[in-house]
Each structure stands twice: as structure tokens, then as C-alpha cells.
Design a binder for this molecule. Structure first.
Ligand code: ARG
Length: 564
């Protein structure tokens, strides 16, 4: 049962607002002494032309509340509802026991498709932590939308287009060695690129050679394409290691070059709709009416741009997947880019431009240092993850020397810590990565939550068999236990909000709250040594917490080890 919804429906009988509107207004007071739910009557004052305290008073007198409402009280302009606790606890935990890992999932997305463009790494560049946020936010959203019943298409929109690839081919053909590049992978490619620039300073003719090779890629020349595709393979092989560590998969790797043969459609359509304007030999779509600089579509030499490719990709995705929403998980530095080309799609007359959404996030720095290739502050993601696993292993060796599968647990904790930390704050905030914060077993971290999960598993293991049908919920109606139940109740709503705002951090924070509340309960109460009725009830609570933590961590892409 959705308590808010039922209360709102009852209230709507005596109110000028609809049940959903009232549900929207209903709050959970910060302090349970003020009730389990509260209706602030201020919003009703305008409709009823009465003072809020009077409205609260009158609604209280009219009554007609659901049976589970034990009593109501008024306080200022608020009408506070106190629900029957044993009914409440039975209702919430009963549902978790029944639904298990599905608790909080819905079918609201049935028949709807969401495309998520995330990670979207660049070819011939090694995967560094600048691409961490997009990768883990996108993955979390993918899990979340799937949990809410949507079909999700995860797209890695590879950055595999641009003149730099022509230069890289030119450099490879001059100085490269097949075996060496094969072995060196993406690092060898970067070295070739650096060499190209060094040599081009001495010999400007090289630039022309680079351009020629790029032109050849564009024209589909076989030699050029086979070398380029090999570069791509090498990069993806490198990236795949990181994706495997993170447990991340994609449904499509159609990147920028995939749209080569889909450019004419964009240009032709823009021309036919009279949106394209010549400007100093280039072609643009002016966006004055939105107070934005024009969107550059074609360069003077006829080459298309990043934005042109994004427009082509959006048209293609709409045709191919018929999405209801298409999300772009990309750093806020690209705000302008997205607002520009979204507007171009709007001007093209596609009503679904409204379904395109830029899910922006902040920058990441490393132990107080801004990342900069030029200054040599580069942190590669595979190295970061490996180091995190090593550090986790050292901590585990110390804390739990007898643990069976230390290596595997260290992997789950080490990688989980990095992911968790990236998903802890509102995505738009900049992140500063610090080792001691990410791996702190007592902080708001993956290890803390994972440890709580393992603790629950351990309690349940020691308890052996217990009967889910025989739970006396009346024993969980106050204090620490009730606090835990309240947070469990809130979980489905948290998922809804996380989805509406494309904000996985809400899940991360909530699971920390659940873990903290459970640990308080755990320190205050015996579980295994309590009397049988109490024990059953406390085991039910423990089982619910274990299930919810595992499911929440799963949604954000973090593993939940059973022993730690
Ligand atoms: N490859 C780009 C970068 O690393 C991100 C691409 C994002 N996706 C898109 N459709 N523009 O900055």
C-alpha cells in the first residue's frame, strides 16, 4: 500500500484539490513526534479563502480518514497523521518479504524506450578518470530505468571521427611498427600522435599528409579504413578491461563515424526547411531567437561537425528505437553544444526534441589536483581501479585475515568504492577524489554499506531457518526498528525521484541512511539472543535491510559481498 496515496484519496473528498495534488503536498515530518505524514494547509488557503490553521482544524473535524490512521493532530497550518504502527510495519515489511529484490520496481515504463548515451570514449585515447562519471552515472540510470520497466538502449557514442585520425595513420605509416603498436595498444597510438606533432613542426608537409589520410577515411578508402578500424579495436580492447572491471555493458557502439553516410539527410533536410544559412563560406543554423550563438553545421571545406553528427544520431535513434526519452550523460562543459543542437532539432519541427535531455555532471579532480594532460596530471581509470583493489585488499587482510575469498571481496570493495564515490553527490557538483575518503570503512562509502550488508548476511546465516510467515510486526513499532522501516518505506519514492531527476546519487545517499539506521538498531538490540517472537521480527527486519541494500547497490553498479 502507498500510505500517502490512500490518505490523499480520503482527503480529496473534503478538499478542492485532486488526490494526486494532495499526495504531492503530503510531507513526511522530520520529527516523528509531528506525525508520520503531514498536510501543510497553506496551499489550500487560496482556494478556500481561510487561514491554514482553520483549514487544518476543519479537515480534522470532518474526519473520514483511512482505518490505518490512528489519530490526527493539528499544529499551526499542518494536519498531522499518526498511523497505526503495527499495521504500518506489517504492510511495509510484508511487502519486502514478499517481493524481495523486486521491491521498489514498477511497470511504469512498460512499452517505453529510453536511449542512454554514456561513457562515449574517444578512440586512441586511454580511458582516464575524466570519463568515470559519465560511465557510472549512465550505467546506474540504465539499471534504474530497467528496474522501472523501461526498455533501455545503452549507447557508447564513440569519438571516432576527426582529423587527428588521419594524422595518426600518417604517423603510423611513417614510423609505426605493427607488432609494437599491437603490443602497446592505445599508449602506442598516443605516442604516434605526439610524434606526428613534433615532426610536423619541422616538416609542415606532414599536416597535408594527415589531411589526405583523413579524407581517405571519409571516402571509405580500404587501406585507410582497415588501419583506422584496427586503431579502434585496440582502443576498445583497452576500454573493455575497464568495462569488465566495472561490470558495464552497452547495446550499441555506434559512434560518430557510424553517421558518415547519414549526414546528407541532415544537410538536405536543413536546406529544404530553409534553416541553413551561409556564413563566410560555412553553413550555420542561426539561433538568435534563443539567445544562443549559431550552431555550426558545415565547415568551409564541407566537413561536418560534432553537432551535425549528434543531429544525425538523434534522427537515427528516433527512427531505430522510437525512444520516449534520449539521455546524454555528458559533462556540463558541453552545455552549450547540447542546448544548440537540441534547438536545431526543434527548429526542424520534430516535437520529440523535448525528449532529448542533457544529463550534465561536474568535473573530477584527483587529490586536489585538476586533471591536465599538459601538466602531466593524468589518472588512468584501470590504474585507479587496480590501486583501489590493492588498497582494499590491504585493509581486508588487516580487518578480516580469515576471510575465504579475500581477493574477490577486495575487488568488489575496491571497485565499489570508486563507483560509489562518483555517485554520492549531486551529479552537477564537481568531485575531488581522495583515497582516504573513498575507502573509509566508517564513512559514507561503499565499504561501509557493503559491510552492513555482510553483517546482515552473517546474522541470517547464524540464525539458520526462520519463518517469514510467522512475523509479529508489532515488535518493530518503535525506536530504531521503526526508523529503519520508515527508510525502507521511502525507498520506492526515492527511485521515482532519482528517475525523474536522472539523479542516481539519491539512491546512494538513501542506502547510506538505511545502513546507518540499521547499524543503530543492531547496536541497541540483541537479535539472535532475544526471545523467539522478538527474534523472528528482528530477523525479518534484517532480511529486509539485506535485500534492500543489495538491490540499491546493484542499481548503482556496486557489488554486495555476503562476507567481508
Ligand atoms: N566523446 C565525447 C567526449 O569525450 C562525448 C560524446 C557524448 N555524446 C554525444 N552524443 N555527443 O567528450
Amino acid at each position: 500500500m502507498n500510505f500517502k496515496e490512500v490518505i490523499a484519496t480520503a482527503l480529496s473528498e473534503n478538499c478542492p484539490l485532486s488526490a494526486p495534488e494532495i499526495e504531492e503536498l503530503l510531507e513526511v515530518p522530520p520529527n516523528p513526534e509531528m506525525g508520520d505524514y503531514a498536510l501543510p494547509c497553506f496551499a489550500l488557503a487560496k482556494h478556500l479563502r481561510k487561514a491554514p490553521p482553520l483549514i487544518a482544524q476543519e479537515l480534522a473535524e470532518k474526519g473520514g480518514f483511512p482505518e490505518f490512521v490512528d489519530h490526527v493532530e493539528t499544529a499551526g497550518g499542518y494536519l498531522n497523521f499518526f498511523v497505526d504502527k503495527s499495521f504500518y510495519v506489517a504492510e511495509i515489511l510484508g511487502r519486502v518479504l514478499e517481493e524481495g529484490a523486486r521491491y521498489g520496481s514498477t511497470r511504469q515504463g512498460e512499452g517505453k524506450t529510453v536511449c542512454i548515451d554514456y561513457s562515449s570514449i574517444n578512440i586512441a585515447k586511454r580511458f582516464h578518470i575524466g570519463h568515470l562519471s559519465t560511465t557510472v552515472i549512465g550505467n546506474a540510470l540504465k539499471h534504474l530505468y530497467t528496474f522501472l520497466g523501461y526498455r533501455v538502449v545503452g549507447i557508447n557514442h564513440l569519438g571516432d571521427w576527426g582529423t587527428q585520425f588521419g594524422k595518426m595513420i600518417a604517423a603510423y605509416l611513417r614510423w609505426g611498427d605493427k607488432a609494437q603498436v599491437e603490443a602497446g595498444g592505445v599508449d602506442a597510438l598516443s605516442q604516434l600522435y605526439v610524434r606526428f606533432h613534433e615532426e610536423a613542426e619541422k616538416d609542415p608537409a606532414l599536416e597535408e599528409e594527415g589531411r589526405m589520410w583523413f579524407k581517405k577515411i571519409e571516402d571509405g578508402d580500404e587501406t585507410a579504413l582497415s588501419i583506422f578500424n584496427w586503431f579502434k579495436e585496440l582502443t576498445l580492447k583497452d576500454a573493455q578491461r575497464v568495462y569488465d572491471m566495472l561490470g558495464i555493458t552497452f547495446d550499441s557502439y555506434a559512434g560518430e563515424s557510424f553517421y558518415n553516410d547519414k549526414m546528407d539527410r541532415v544537410i538536405d533536410e536543413l536546406k529544404a526547411k530553409e534553416l541553413l544559412v551561409e556564413s563566410q563560406g560555412a553553413y550555420i543554423v542561426p539561433l538568435d531567437e534563443y539567445n544562443l550563438p549559431p550552431c555550426l553545421i558545415l565547415k568551409r571545406d564541407g566537413a561536418t561537425l560534432y553537432a551535425t553528427r549528434d543531429i544525425a544520431a538523434a534522427l537515427y535513434r528516433k527512427d531505430t528505437y522510437d525512444f520516449d526519452k534520449c539521455l546524454y550523460v555528458v559533462a556540463y562543459q558541453q552545455n552549450l553544444h547540447f542546448s544548440q543542437w537540441f534547438r536545431v532539432v526543434e527548429k526542424m519541427g520534430y516535437p520529440w526534441y523535448k525528449d532529448l535531455e542533457h544529463v550534465a555532471f561536474g568535473m573530477i579532480s584527483y587529490e586536489g589536483q585538476t586533471l591536465s594532460t599538459r601538466k602531466g596530471v593524468v589518472v588512468y581509470l584501470d590504474e585507479l581501479l587496480e590501486r583501489s583493489v590493492e588498497k582494499a585488499l590491504a585493509i581486508i587482510e588487516e580487518k578480516s585475515p580469515d576471510l575465504d575469498d579475500k581477493e574477490e571481496v577486495a575487488r568488489q570493495v575496491g571497485i565499489g568504492s570508486v563507483v560509489f564515490m562518483s555517485l554520492f553527490n549531486n551529479r552537477i557538483k564537481d568531485i575531488d577524489f581522495w583515497w582516504d575518503r573513498a575507502l573509509n570503512f566508517d564513512g559514507e562509502t561503499a565499504p561501509y554499506v557493503q559491510y552492513t550488508h555482510a553483517r546482515c548476511c552473517s546474522v541470517l546465516r547464524k540464525a539458520g531457518e526462520w519463518d517469514k510467515g510467522e512475523v509479529d510486526y508489532g515488535r518493530l513499532c518503535d525506536g530504531e526498528a521503526l526508523e529503519v522501516v520508515r527508510l525502507i518505506e521511502a525507498f520506492p519514492g526515492v527511485l521515482q525521484e532519482a528517475c525523474q531527476r536522472n539523479e542516481p546519487s539519491l539512491i546512494t545517499r538513501h542506502v547510506v541512511n538505511v545502513a546507518q539506521a540499521y547499524n543503530k538498531f543492531y547496536y541497541e538490540h540483541r537479535i539472535l539472543q532475544s526471545e523467539p517472537g522478538e527474534k523472528q521480527a528482528r530477523l525479518a527486519l534484517t532480511w529486509s535491510v539485506k535485500t534492500l541494500i543489495a538491490s540499491a547497490l546493484g542499481l548503482i553498479g556496486v557489488a554486495a559481498p555476503e562476507r567481508m
